[in-house]
Ligand binder design. Structure first.
Ligand SMILES: [Zn+2]
Length: 100
């Protein structure tokens, strides 16, 4: 089924926050690329009637990332665990010692 410019099409309108009647204003091949809401007249990419993912508060996301980074740093804290135990407990690490 191919769409044509000006066709009526159902799509999710971010302004109306629901699926509304839209007019196709731009095509990409046979697929609607952009549509215009018949109710609020806003143009947007055709969303295949899918609501956009919930918006993530950038400050909240940054705080969460910071928290995660702090947790990772705490996990890798050299005071909490012996520093580089692999070097001390590797008896076979003598590759450079026997160079004459
Ligand atoms: Zn709308």
């Amino acid at each position: 089924m191919s769409a044509r410019l000006g066709d009526d099409i159902d799509d999710f309108c971010v302004k109306c926050k629901r699926v509304m009647n839209h007019a196709v204003v731009s095509l990409l091949g046979d697929e609607p690329a952009k549509v215009r809401c018949r109710t609020c007249h806003s143009d947007h990419d055709y969303r295949h009637e899918q609501a956009p993912p919930p918006k993530i508060d950038p400050r909240k996301a940054a705080a969460q990332a910071e928290k995660a980074a702090a947790a990772a740093a705490a996990a890798a804290d050299p005071d909490a665990a012996p520093a580089e135990p692999s070097e001390k407990t590797a008896p076979k690490g003598r590759k450079k010692a026997s160079v004459s």
